[in-house]
Design a binder for this molecule. Sequence first.
Ligand SMILES: Cc1ncc(COP(=O)(O)O)c(C=O)c1O
Length: 357
Amino acid sequence: MAEPVLGEAEVRAVAECVRSGWISPLSSSVREFEERFAAYCGVSEAVAVSSGTAGLHLVLVALGLGYGDEVIIPDMTFVATANAVAYTGARVVTADVDPRTWNITPETVARVLTRRTKAVIPVHLFGNPADVEGIKRLVGRKVVVIEDAAESHGAVFRGRKTGALGTAGVFSFYANKLITTGEGGMITCRSRGLGRRLRFLLDQAMDPNRRYYHPEIGFNYRLTGMQAALGIAQMRRIKSLLSAKHRIAKWYQEFLKDKRGLEFQQQQSGAESSWWMVSILLPKGVDRRRIEQKLKRCGIETRPFFHPISSLPMFSKNPERPVARQLFTRGLTLPSGAKLSRKDVQWICHALRKELV
Ligand SMILES: Cc1ncc(COP(=O)(O)O)c(C=O)c1O
């Protein structure tokens, strides 16, 4: 689906880190990785964490979210977005998504906004930027907007990278992401104060001036030096990985463009997707599971979309959201690894088209 691109540069970077003995989060490579990532996103602060899920949880805690609060998230997202909210005790409220971009919009958020809403987490699904600006305008200053940018490294909205659009952004470096550290994540923001608070909380909330004095409950959400060393080596590839993803998406569109009823994810005006994962909606009435199995028999791995959050037992107080349900029924994610060639994509599309006649 999306194998990592790892070469000698990554091997050398990790080996050097091990040889130096600085494998812990105190390694200078963590700071360097943070600085490079902040510069890449165009923000002043980047805080490395042990996963995207940890990053989302930490931001919510740092911003004071908890019991009695409501947090709006898309009904179509990976469960981690919802789980991070649930860890804080706040209530998960799902908004439906747009049938073209597959993201929440100011209109769908407005339908579930209440006096108790304290945060909205737009997700840039599969790398496609959501309208963070429009959502910020709708909710006003009292509600924080946190980007779940776990899937959208390098995606741009009206000239700004995702991760630089909300109060904070959260990225994942899981092995299938555009760049990876195996597991890992990064929080981006512009506020020095928030950056400081995040660093404090992620390291067991230890008083920076009094060792082993902890005035609050903290977390161990640290990234290791070895992971950061790998991350720095991956940052050097990010431009070429992004170009590869764009190329692959173009090829899929070229080879499937005349297939009636098949739909691609659309970018709203001003949005430039990173095309992390190329996903399609199969023509209405086609049995997605049958297609998945047929392709699997040809050696082609695909993935269904996420089960809508409202369909999961722990979040089922949310009513069904019809567009998210439709996307789940018809959606299929196609192989999107950066190493795919034009020929590979042509062959995948040929196999898919054969099953759709
Ligand atoms: C939309 C979304 N949010 C959050 C996460 C969580 O990131 P991680 O797996 O690094 O905890 C993912 C991850 O894979 C994701 O796709």
